[in-house]
Design a binder for this molecule. Sequence first.
Ligand code: 4AD
Ligand code: MG
Length: 459
Amino acid sequence: MRTRIKELIANGTKGSDYVVSGWVRSLRLSKEIAFIVINDGSDVDGIQVVAESDLANFEQIGRIGTGSALTVEGRLLESPGAGQKWEIHSISITIIGMADGNYPLQKKRHSFEYLRSIAHLRPRTNTFGAIFRLRSKLAQAVHRFFSEQNFLYVQTPIITASDCEGAGELFRVTTLDASNPPLLGCRTDFNQDFFGQKSGLTVSGQLEGELFALAFGDIYTFGPTFRAENSNTARHASEFWMIEPEMAFSDLADDADLAEKFVRYLCRFALEECTDDMAFFDRHIESGLLERIRRVAEADFVRMEYGEAIELLKKSGTTFTYPVDWGVDLQTEHERYITEQIVGGPAFILNYPKNIKAFYMRLNDDDRTVAAMDLLVPKVGEIIGGSQREERLDRLELRMAELGIAQEPLWWYLDSRRWGSCPHAGFGLGFERMLMYLSGMDNIRDVIPFPRTPRHCEF
Ligand code: 4AD
Ligand code: MG
């Protein structure tokens, strides 16, 4: 039975024998002795294996390369070397899989751009090891949080016929022959498609989530979402994961309370349960990261009206690429200015103009804003988007008519406002944006195992 290196370093007994398996990170060889660092992905640190020339296959060991897979049986002893407590003195080394000199991860440091081009191998580097361990733990923390809050976990569909955000960013799902589709007049006849209607990959599980909230009270979804949005930025991916809670009998203030509690929980969780990987990010990715996350875990988030944010931006004396005035949508430059320069931490922006937000948001009494909220954080900008939903059937129908959204395909959504409708609210947290925030990584492509962006769908 092999012992994971993390376990060995934490709980190993001096002088005892262990079996470890992993991939070679570095090799130092001489005629009499070999020092081999292996890493098995359980921890940032690997362990040094010492092999002496009395091993039967010592000569063969001299020919293995970085990246080879080994199983080592040996004794755990204190290491005289600097920077490591333990090393393993081998009794036997089995070469499981050789790697030759063409193995791409020979150097210690590679650019993130280069590593993206070898996404099949980058999990074997220190940085991506730390990222994907954090990602795995954080996903479990999401479920733990909502389970502690007694929310129902609902799996909303991935294939859908409705474009929740109304931005026309649905990837089409079809079994029709693209080069010879059935026609009705001069248009494709989707009646003959697999689902008998036009369908695509979901941009959000919210609408279905609302239906469950109106039966179970408090629910959440956590799944992949897809957007055929042709924006090549460091914060957008065509496939990303989103956590969407929805609460019945709740308003915008309750929504912001939950969002704040949730984000602070995830910050605390990362600090407490992913200590080594977070320390790695602090040392190698962003100095001061731990302090930044600690402050967020402890402080109250600022809440600011959209109108106030616009006034502050106008008064700032800064020239923005996109001019600011009441009614404009906030661009990344504005969002970052608010959270980095004005607030110096996370900030909720509340009650946006209705014209820049989705149809389902609740109209405020002023008739020109909706009960929307975005949570902005330094570096990343928008990390959460949410709202109180329009629960009044007449208002909802009016808004859909204004926006030219057909009622017939959303008959089931409208039905939810017909029988036992109630105030309810929810939000979506972009899982990758949260990971960027916690790790200090600048590009969304570097916190998702196999990123999908325009023109990139390899691996
Ligand atoms: O603001 P968005 O579009 O809101 C919704 O989808 C709502 N239906 C959520 C809800 O109320 N249940 O997206 C929510 C969050 C954003 O704040 C952002 O963190 C993330 O999802 N996000 C993306 N992340 C990566 N790549 C993209 N292309 C993203 N688009 C949104
Ligand atoms: Mg948004």
